[in-house]
Design a protein around this ligand. Sequence first.
Ligand SMILES: Cc1ncc(COP(=O)(O)O)c(C=O)c1O
Length: 383
Amino acid sequence: MSERFETKTVHISHSPLGPGVSKTTPIYQTSVFAFSGLEEVEQYYEGNQGYLYTRNGNPNQVELAAAIAALEEAEDGVSAASGMAAIMAGLLAVLSPGDHILVSDELYGGTYALLAKELSRFQIEMDLIDLKRAGSLSGHIRPQTKMLLFETITNPLLTVVDMPHWITEAKQHGLVTMIDNTFATPYLVRPIRFGADLVVHSATKYIGGHSDVTAGVLVGRAGLVQRAREVIVNYGASLSPFEAWLAARGVKTLALRMERQCDNAKQVADFLRRHPDVEQTYYPGEEDVSFFHCRKQGAMISFRLRDESRVYAFYRSLKWIKLAPSLAGVETSVSHPVTTSHRALSEEQRQTTGITSGLVRLSVGIEAYQDIIAELTSALLSE
Ligand SMILES: Cc1ncc(COP(=O)(O)O)c(C=O)c1O
């Protein structure tokens, strides 16, 4: 079988071959598996072969995890009930009470909340660091520092940090690196190739691709993934078979969708940059993605309206681009970070981060880019 990414995305099925066997993987919509006798039960426990109980493992969960592990070029993978469940499992696979983690100061709000509100109760401490500037981790390392966590493309300002540099630095300090590759996907960049230990996805986004599934996947070094698998089982954070099946179906068109969405985004970003009513456009530059395997710049764009008072009119006048606080579906959608994901920011934080009321986040879909531009043009004109 060819090793090329596009081919791998399509041929992920775990369905056995044979006459009368379904071409696509069936949905193992069962909470438990039946055994022909006690000998078989014994075999399960001895060799951990087969399946016992869906919370512990199910063929659809395994299919999804194996597909993402193959695409990310990781040793092993595990699926989870959501991106947050996968992040939690990755963190708890490594961190114990008293440990310390370094995280990017541009972090998905849910990940921040998990660390600030939940893991802090287990005396796991974090420090936010600015990875946008070239620098060193040295000043932030404590004897208890165990991990570095950051996103390949951040939300909502779409910053691409120098991932190869930070992974190398983290390794020099003996840290485990966990990279959230949700916004880039392995189509654009595979952090394992740069030495990352764990890669996590909200499969709710580009992996699923159709805004109809909530799922997460964690891939990486086999020993760490195995520990994360135990966390998922023990915390009851396993993915449902149907959600796993839907996400795995999404994987088959990942390359096609990403190619089209990224190409559309480039056109839309060029349009926004030139538009007189747009003060600033946030979209990774060609030089930012110089280490990406595929030199496309992603399919997310944020932009700030010059006249903030027109922001309500802008959202109201969109005809078919939906206002939806998520991303990565095949349909173009917009969200408003200040009233949703970044609601908790103080006015001062809004001004310093640039996440102000006039900031629009656009998830570019697979439509004809001319139609996306036409829709944005009329919404930008609205009063
Ligand atoms: C970068 C990133 N990571 C993780 C998550 C959490 O994923 P989920 O909503 O599937 O739990 C999100 C959700 O928006 C995200 O944007």
